[in-house]
Design a protein around this ligand. Structure first.
Ligand code: ADP
Length: 213
């Protein structure tokens, strides 16, 4: 099964997906993580995408198709969480056409007030080694500026600065919000309140998933 997580930048998709991986045995497929890996490794895709990601704009659908094909398997028993894809309606249509054996069971919309998002993003820190996500106030690492999962150093993503954040939020409004309607029409849309304690948000997501499996 495939479960799609959709939400604005800073909604906490990455953190919640990591918890689902740990507790429910999902495999996370994050196009953002995949792109950052390409950028770090200076691959052909990485060189093309670096500037676009740094601006907070969307990378071309062609590149994303290449990434998503490489990341998704064709095993119908596997539990996959899709984080960051589809990000526009064309990508949602592409995903349908891929005719995966593994079926989409839900598109979970992690909904968070836009005022809260900026505060969340500016306090976000990510591990440069394993990619784990923390927040200086709401989800700090027990090892300060080091990752408490792998000991790597925590850094701020270049696209988490206020100017880039504003652009990412407007890209979300314009390109990604219509994807929610796309899944409403298919009866796959599920809304989850993303504000509040991490554990409470997690229970809400978990109960949606349990109700479908
Ligand atoms: P966020 O925390 O903003 O949701 P991600 O880590 O998911 O960010 O993605 C970071 C950046 O990678 C995006 O701002 C965009 O530039 C690029 N990206 C990720 N997924 C996609 C996609 N499906 N289509 C186009 N660009 C993408």
């Amino acid at each position: 099964m495939i479960c799609i997580m959709i939400g604005p930048p800073g909604a906490g998709k990455g953190t919640q997906c990591d918890m689902l991986v740990e507790k429910e045995g999902f495999r996370k497929v994050s196009t953002g993580d995949a792109l950052r890996k390409h950028i770090k490794g200076k691959t052909e895709i990485g060189l093309k995408a670096a500037e676009v990601v740094a601006r907070g704009d969307l990378v071309s659908d062609d590149i994303l198709l290449e990434i998503i094909k490489a990341e998704l398997g064709n095993d119908s028993d596997e539990k996959i969480l899709l984080d960051g894809y589809p990000r526009n309606v064309d990508q949602a249509k592409t995903l349908e056409k891929l005719e995966l054996k593994n079926k989409i069971i839900a598109a979970i919309h992690l909904d968070v007030d836009s005022q809260e998002l900026v505060a969340r993003l500016s306090g976000r820190r990510v591990c440069s080694q394993c990619g784990a996500s923390f927040h200086v106030d709401s989800n700090p690492s027990s090892k300060g500026s080091m990752c408490d999962k792998c000991g790597g150093s925590l850094t701020q993503r270049p696209d988490d600065n206020p100017e880039k954040v504003t652009n990412r939020l407007s890209v979300y409004e314009k390109s990604t919000k219509p994807v929610l309607d796309f899944y409403k029409e298919q009866g796959l849309y599920r809304k989850v309140q993303g504000s509040g304690e991490l554990a409470d948000v997690y229970s809400r997501i978990e109960s949606v998933i349990h109700s479908l499996t």
